[in-house]
Design a protein around this ligand. Sequence first.
Ligand SMILES: [Zn+2]
Length: 153
Amino acid sequence: MNANCFDIGMIQAFLDGELTHDESTRVSGHVATCDACAVMLAVAEEESALVFPALEREFNTLVPTQRLWNKINDSIETERGNRSIFSKAWAFLAVALANPTFAAAASVLIVIGISAAVLLNRAPEQPTVAEVVGLKTTVSTSANKYPGRRRCR
Ligand SMILES: [Zn+2]
């Protein structure tokens, strides 16, 4: 140790590359001729080698593990599954209508649907199943339920 020796802060800064070119030239020149500073540099270097893996471990614990990611993805899937069919359909429609081709196709489908509805309404009315059954019941009730009584009168 002598008056020209650097303190540990300077050595650390030298290791971290935080010194100016002149300063680091001075440090490396001095270390080459001073055992005390060479030892200090060696120790500091060794400590850095120990510190970086520790920092790396610390950093890795901050990174979500694969298990955590799976958990997040699962909850996203669940969230999606919980959305109602309507909101899904609405989302689909919103995306689809943004596409001009699909919007045109959808308009054509709507026009066809309206035309079909109009044509069906114009078609001559046919008795529904319920009406046919009701009619038969009425006939059987009046004609066959009390056949004898009618004949009597
Ligand atoms: Zn020294």
